[in-house]
Design a protein. Structure first.
Length: 179
């Protein structure tokens, strides 16, 4: 267990207080949720940077990083759904896409193939993080407008779905010649 992996694991641990504070129903809880989410998001930046700089990149670290990102992002979107700030259909698209991609990665891994994130996947991640920050801004300061937030939700859902479809179509070959 090295420092980057500890930072990655902390992101998983911080997901729960972020969610619970978001669902607290009071503005103080919302501020602390935003703060904890920010700290958790920073661990994502630092774990990879430290791992690459110190030569500590491991298969365990790559695995944990993807899982911890999904746990954090899905948890916060779940919290926003629980307080009626994002739609159930949006969360459904996010979960289906992440489950599909994880399944493809598992099959590929069982066949000795590693599938790296592609540009559209990175756009998906970036757009989801921007939407989360905007959702917090809307919740805390009523800015931007709810109409803009809804438009962004639809846009991010589209990027998320397109990323999942792209991932599937680019990797259909892993299903050939298997069970």
């Amino acid at each position: 267990m090295n420092l980057p992996n500890i930072l990655t694991l902390s992101r998983m641990v911080l997901a729960l207080p972020t969610l619970l504070l978001l669902m607290s129903g009071n503005v103080v809880g919302y501020y602390f949720s935003f703060l904890v989410f920010g700290v958790a998001s920073l661990t994502d930046f630092f774990d990879g940077r430290i791992a690459r700089k110190r030569g500590l990149v491991t298969d365990l670290g790559r695995f944990l990083d993807q899982i911890s990102d999904k746990i954090l992002v899905t948890s916060v979107f779940l919290g926003f759904m629980a307080i009626s700030r994002v739609s159930l259909w949006f969360l459904f698209i996010l979960i289906v896409r992440d489950t599909l991609v994880s399944g493809i990665r598992m099959v590929a891994s069982s066949r000795g193939k590693v599938i790296a994130a592609d540009a559209l996947g990175k756009v998906k991640t970036f757009s989801q993080m921007i939407l989360l920050v905007i959702l917090y801004m809307n919740l805390l300061w009523d800015f931007p407008s709810q109409a803009l937030v809804l438009w962004l939700e639809v846009f991010v859902a589209g990027v998320t779905a397109a990323s999942g479809a792209n991932y599937l179509f680019k990797n259909l070959d892993i299903f050939k010649g298997g069970d």
